[in-house]
Write a protein that binds this ligand. Structure first.
Ligand code: MN
Length: 396
């Protein structure tokens, strides 16, 4: 099965939050939200038969792993209380604060968007993404909504088959691209593999089997290369972390389709990542690697000097190692690595000892997203499109 996640409890959420949130007021806020949600959702169940709080704890937990601020985690626990418990915005504002109430209200409104169009699906998916982003206003709303969808996708097996296909298609068309645009690749990749499983199960299993068949050999080659490079970097006194990484199944599949390649032709199946201290040490590392191994022409990409539009930064090169094996190597700093995995969510950092400042969090993220806003200019006929969409909730 594609979902092997455990159900986290409130304690797990708190443990994760304490890794980066230290002030007692913020931690208490999160605990109060967890408690409020469990009181108000008492007696409600998911389709899986589990208590509804399983969903809320999971959403809050994933948010904490993304290192978002305490208000966002609190809103994660509370994100369904307006919809499912009849709590009003004002009640939430009085119980917590107006910002949390606003977050929950926006998440609820977006939840009512359901995409109906059948003709020209690509065009409409693009507009749906724009409307979704425009309605969110606050990027934290989008992050909560993405995490909500991620947990719904992880538990999609409990939905009827027709719903599975519809929800998976909508996730692939609307949610995964938004996660990509926000640079949250950890969520984008998992969403894509889950969609792949539900939309094209035969291909999913075929690729999974191919990957599995080569795994032992691949792991051995990667370990050997890691040992060589690591030794070399130690000699040059460059502190680093180095590890192998595997591509997610859907990206392998997409490459096979779009580039018309056979499985064994997909170059970056042997992939290594080096995380080091500074921008300078990234370039130094690249220099030592190119001095030792033959690089493949045309494969060097400097996304440090020229970041991708979703803020992704890294050096990419492809080199030929032992026995003519080809390795794709990524080199980046810790900060770049965090942004590559968590995107905008990684941009806000909890400053130890200082009081939580929601406005600072919001502003910092908004600044980083200036590019994003520019790219999502609304079409003049947005309201017409909006009126074409149903206002039926997702019923999940
Ligand atoms: Mn939900």
């Amino acid at each position: 099965m594609v979902n092997d996640h455990m159900n986290p409890g409130v304690d797990d959420v708190m443990d994760e939050a304490r890794k980066y949130i230290h002030d007692p007021i913020s931690l208490t806020l999160i605990e109060r939200a967890a408690n409020y949600a469990s009181v108000h959702h008492a007696g409600q169940f998911r389709r899986s038969g589990e208590p509804y709080t399983v969903h809320l704890n999971s959403v809050a937990y994933i948010l904490a792993t993304l290192r978002v601020g305490p208000q966002t985690i609190a809103a994660g626990f509370l994100h369904d209380v307006i919809e499912d418990c009849g709590i009003s915005h004002d009640e939430l504002a009085a119980e917590f604060d107006p910002e949390i109430a606003d977050l929950v209200e926006s998440v609820t409104k977006i939840g009512t968007l359901q995409f109906k169009g059948k003709n020209d699906p690509e065009y409409q998916a693009a507009n749906h993404r724009k409307i979704f982003i425009a309605m969110a206003r606050d990027v934290r709303v989008i992050i909560i909504k993405l995490v909500d969808r991620l947990h719904n996708m992880r538990t999609l097996q409990y939905q009827p088959e027709a719903s599975q296909k519809r929800i998976a298609q909508e996730t692939l068309d609307v949610y995964a691209p938004i996660a990509h645009r926000l640079g949250i690749s950890a969520i984008k990749n998992e969403l894509e593999d889950l969609c792949f499983y539900y939309l094209n199960r035969d291909e999913y299993y075929r690729i999974a089997r191919l990957v599995e068949a080569k795994k032992a050999e691949r792991d051995a080659n990667v370990s050997q290369m890691i040992a060589e490079i690591s030794e070399m970097l130690r000699e040059h006194e460059i502190p680093h972390r180095i590890f192998g990484r595997s591509k997610h199944l859907y990206s392998i599949y997409r490459k096979m389709i779009t580039k018309h390649k056979r499985f064994d032709e997909i170059l970056d199946l042997l992939a290594i990542r080096i995380v080091t201290g500074t921008k300078q040490s990234c370039y130094e590392t690249l220099g030592y690697i190119h001095a030792k191994y033959h690089p493949i022409p045309g494969r060097l990409k400097d996304y440090i000097a020229v970041p991708k539009t979703n803020m992704y930064q890294s050096l990419h090169t492809t080199i030929i190692g032992e026995n003519a094996r080809i390795f794709e190597v990524q080199i980046r700093t810790e900060e770049m690595d965090a942004i590559a995995e968590r995107g905008v969510a990684a941009h806000w950092r909890y400053k130890e000892g200082s009081k939580y400042d929601a406005r600072a969090e919001q502003k910092e993220i908004e600044d980083k997203l200036a590019w994003f806003k520019n790219k999502t200019q609304l079409l003049p006929n947005i309201w017409k499109l909006f009126s074409m969409m149903s206002s039926q909730p997702m019923s999940m």
